[in-house]
Each structure stands twice: as C-alpha cells, then as structure tokens.
Design a protein around this ligand. Sequence first.
Ligand SMILES: Cc1cc2nc3c(=O)[nH]c(=O)nc-3n(C[C@H](O)[C@H](O)[C@H](O)COP(=O)(O)OP(=O)(O)OC[C@H]3O[C@@H](n4cnc5c(N)ncnc54)[C@H](O)[C@@H]3O)c2cc1C
Length: 469
Amino acid sequence: MHAARDTRPAHVAVLGAGPAGLTAAWELLRAGIRVTVVERRAALGGLGGTTAWEGKDGTYRFDFGGHRFITANRDLMQLVDDLLGDDLLTAERHSVIRFRGRTYDYPLSLGNLLRNAPPGLLAGAARDVLAMSLKRPEPGHDFASWTTAMFGPTLYRTFFAGYTQKLWGVPPEMLSADWAEQRISLMDLREVARLLLPGGGRGPRTYARRYRYPRHGFGVIFERLARRLEREGATLATGTRVTGLAEGEAGVCAVLTDRGPIPCDGVISTLPLPQMQEMAGGGPSGLRFRGLRFLNFPMRMENVSPYTWQYLSDDTLPATRLQEPRRRSPEMAPPGMTSLMLEIPCDPGQPLWSGDDHALMDRMKPGLAALGIDMRRWTGEVWGARAAQAYPLMTLGYAEDRARAFAHLARWPNLVQCGRQGVFRYIFTDTAMEMGQMAAAMLISGRDMRAQIHDHRNERNVIEAQSIA
Ligand SMILES: Cc1cc2nc3c(=O)[nH]c(=O)nc-3n(C[C@H](O)[C@H](O)[C@H](O)COP(=O)(O)OP(=O)(O)OC[C@H]3O[C@@H](n4cnc5c(N)ncnc54)[C@H](O)[C@@H]3O)c2cc1C
C-alpha cells in the first residue's frame, strides 16, 4: 500500500503528445509544475495531427481522417481561439451516405429519405414503424439488436449492418450497443415518423452542423500548443518510446523509455490502456483497437463535391469514408487543385494494411468512378498513412476488461490515465482535452478523480456536443 500523496508533484511525465497530453501539460505548467512530454513519434498532435505533403502542384495537407473542432466548453473554445486567432475558420458540415447508386443525407432525415429511397425500402420502413408502434422491441446489449429496435429491420439492414461490419471487422452482433447509443446521430424510427405530423418537432438537437477548423489543418492547434509549452519551459521528448514504469515508495518514480529513464513523481498517461496494463505487469487485457489506412490523393480540379464526408456503405469498396480536405479549409490544397482522402479500416497483419499505396489506389479506382468521381483528373500521386489504434473496438465484454485494467493501474496513486486510447472510449478531441485538464487538476490537488475522468462525458444518448461554434 502506498502512502497518500499530500504534496503537489515537482515533475510530471506526460505520456503521449496528442490533444489530451498536450492540454494536460499546459495545465501543469500554468500551475508551476515541471513537465516532460514523452512522444514516440517525431510529429506532435497524435491522431489530431496534420501532415503536409509536397506534390507536383504544391503543398497538400491531410489530417488522420479529417477532423473538425466542436465543443460546448467555452474555456476550451477560448484556448483554441487564443492559439489560432484569425487562422481559425468556421465551416459547415454536409455529409451524405452513398449506397447502391443513391445519395442520402447524413444524419438520415425523413424528407430526404422519402425523396431518395426506392419504394421497396420505404414500404419496408413504413411496415416497421407500424409494427414498432404496436409492440416496441426491447433494445438489446449488442449493436445489431439495439439498432434494429431503434430503427427497424429495414433501415438496419440497409444503412447499418454492412457498414458496421466493414468498419469494425466483426459482426454487429459481437459489438456492444454502447457504441451505437453514443455515436449514432439519429432519432429512433418512431420519432422520425412523428415528425411527419404537422408541428411534430424540429429534428435532432444534438447534431452539430457548424464547426471550427484551422486554416492549415486540425493539427495546427496542437503545433501551436506545443510551441507555447516549449516557450514556457516544458521538455518535449519526441521520438522517444515509453517502454515501462519504475515503482518507488509513493507510486511510479520513473518512466522507462528507449532513450533511458525519466525520473518523476507524477504521471499522466494517454497511452493505450492495454499497453499500460501490460507495462504495469497486468498481462494482456483482451482490449483491441481497430486500425485505419488512409489514401490521400490530389485531383486536378477545384472541387469534387460539396460534401464534408461521404459514408460509403457499399461492399464494393473496402473504404468506409471519403472526404475532401478543402471542404474544411480552402488552403488544404494548392490553388486550382483539390484532394481526396479514403479511409480504409484494417489492422496490422491483414493484406489491406500492408502493400503498396499505388496498387491499392488501382483497386479503388473503379469504385471511385462508380461514385461519380472523374478519375481522369487524378494526378497519379498518392500518399498513404496508417493509424493502428484509430478506434477502441467495443466488443461485448469490453467494459469488464476495461474495468480490470483500471483496477490494476489504480495501485499507483500518482498515475492517471486519460484520453481516447488511455480510457478506451470513442471520444472527440474536446473531451480528450478536458480529460487532460482534469488529470492535471487531480495531480495538482491530490484528490483522486480517476473514476470521474474515465467516465467523463459518458452520458447515454448524448451524441455530439451542440457546438458553440
Ligand atoms: C478517423 C478519425 C476521425 C476523427 N475525427 C474527429 C473529429 O472530427 N473531431 C474530433 O474532435 N475528434 C475526432 N477524432 C478523435 C480524435 O482524433 C481523438 O479524440 C484525439 O486525437 C484523442 O487525443 P488523445 O491525446 O487522447 O490521443 P492521441 O491523439 O492518440 O495521442 C496519443 C499519443 O500517444 C503516443 N504514444 C502511444 N504509445 C506511445 C509510447 N509507447 N510511447 C510514447 N508515445 C506513445 C501516440 O503516438 C500519440 O501521439 C477522430 C479520430 C479518428 C481516428
């Protein structure tokens, strides 16, 4: 048993230089605490980073999947505003689902469904509404039964089943309903039907249409934050991989890295929870991530489409989303040009993960042409990127594995996990940053806030923050 901590730490090691880690480091510095941020990559920003590529026609910038900044937290918005000033733009989201040659608004809306869906689909959905109003099905614990209970079998089969299998690589019956409850920006089918009636309602209020985006990519938020940290005296140890933790009398006394130990008396970790459990001697956790491979490619035209995201539901393409970075900021591509990004879910070791970018582009070309994209405008260049731990895979039973990992790490009172990989939750950047702030507050105050941090903004059915943008 370790002694209770009654003083503020003198030197905190922050593990990971993504949004959560950098925000935590900023809060610690403001409280006068020495900070070392340890990051295995050379670049900063983690999954929130942006990469610049030099093409034949100029510079293109790509995020890891095209981010947007939304938050309901005024203080956080102020921090990002201060960092970016005039370089913070406001954009509007317009996303669609592409399926079997048709284009539907995302989130689904009734008017749009009625205009676009084939009669068979509409008849099936209408039958489902009727059946569900006679007997409401109980939403189950798995994704398939939860989504079927909410939207009916017809919409589930059409819009969710195939896409979900492609995204997660496991049958929807094996996924926890937690993911659906927190992430699906839709009302349930009966509510959609109710909106048909005059004065029936105004649509989903939890869906944020407007968002903020830096002129030169999402990652600029974190590049600026990192520069500010350095100016204020933080050490940023990039290109340094954390390999273990050393234990002293009061908890963790040093972080072990491939460049040697870093002595410290407090640790904020944003590293993947399963990795931390193993480093702390807890053995394998059973928790897994889903990876993403990105293909980024320039097009000789100014605009491909008006869409922020196109969700690709057909199984003819292994990609799940297509996006055009210029929809976020016109300066993501050189003048007169635009670019596209394909997101392809796959995991290290699978054939889709390895292999040449050009060969994979060749495989994608027919599917892209079928979406109406004029591939004769492609410059022939392609830049690939990979994120092995893009999404926490919330299979049935994940919550118990997660709880066991936290219990194992709880034995060190001066160690706190936060961030998306750190707490193994599908959270947005603003929540990751808030968790970083809370983790810093915990070490500064000495009050154990770990349970609160791990479940921060875990409200059921809250889908997206109503952005104050
Ligand atoms: C495709 C995609 C789209 C997204 N879109 C949005 C969006 O539109 N809006 C939004 O708000 N959020 C979005 N997100 C979520 C957002 O990216 C994350 O919430 C956010 O990046 C989490 O920040 P973090 O600091 O917790 O984790 P990360 O950004 O993952 O940072 C963790 C850091 O730890 C480092 N690390 C890992 N292991 C080690 C080690 N052993 N040693 C040293 N360093 C290590 C990693 O390199 C990384 O830099 C999206 C995510 C994805 C994948």
